[in-house]
Design a protein around this ligand. Structure first.
Ligand code: FMN
Length: 197
């Protein structure tokens, strides 16, 4: 199973990167699989001058390849002006809309206060729905006060991370075990009663 994180912050060091890292660690320790992290801050310069997917720098090509091979994604953004950062959205604007279809994702965000926590529901989940990604029902929203030295230090957030990691791995296992287009319901005495093609 390939587990890939994406941190949408332009800052370094970054709380968002710390949060994505903490979720990746939890998913990794529960699944026994290694993880990779794509940091938008590392590719922001290339991203800002790229207007077509035909013309990607080696660093951008590598980031998209890592994303495409993922089974489980951990996507975190900081709230900038009541939304996700523009360069984070630009990263998705350059992507083929089909390549993320069927992947499972945890979504997370950081903000100065709780005021914009619903960015996760009405913006980030909506973007990933459009791209055909199955997002875990629970999300993680962490405020600046939940971090010490850019690492998660709040017990409540740590508890929440366990929940989202469990949900994402449950979703990923269902998806691997029962692909939607081959699922059939068989009743012992009626035989095949339904087939989803
Ligand atoms: C340009 C900018 C705009 C921001 N706008 C908001 C905002 O609208 N709402 C909010 O809750 N926090 C806002 N913040 C605060 C950040 O979301 C918060 O500090 C976050 O933890 C930063 O994450 P980072 O350390 O990964 O950069 C803003 C920060 C910046 C730099």
């Amino acid at each position: 199973m390939n587990i890939v994180g994406l941190s949408g912050s332009l800052s370094s060091p970054s709380r968002t990167k710390g949060l994505v890292g903490a979720i990746l660690n939890e998913v990794s320790s529960r699944s026994g699989h290694q993880t990779k992290l794509i940091d938008i801050a590392d590719i922001a310069q290339d991203l800002g001058k790229t207007f077509s997917a035909e013309n990607l720098s080696p660093a951008l090509q590598k980031a998209y390849q890592q994303l495409e091979t993922a089974d489980v994604l951990v996507i975190g953004v900081p709230v900038y002006k009541a939304s996700y950062p523009g360069l984070f959205k630009h990263f998705f604007d350059l992507i083929d809309p089909k390549v993320l279809e069927g992947k499972v994702a945890v979504i997370a965000a950081t903000g100065g206060s709780d005021q914009h926590a619903l960015v996760l529901e009405h913006q980030l989940r909506t973007l990933l729905n459009f791209l055909g990604v199955y997002t875990a029902p629970k999300t993680v929203f962490a405020k600046d006060a939940d971090f010490t030295n850019y690492q998660v230090s709040s017990a409540d957030i740590t508890e929440r991370i366990v929940l989202v990691a469990e949900q994402a791995l449950w979703l990923a296992r269902q998806h691997h075990a029962t692909p939607v287009n081959t699922h059939e319901i068989v009743e012992p005495h009626l035989g095949l009663v339904a087939s989803f093609a």
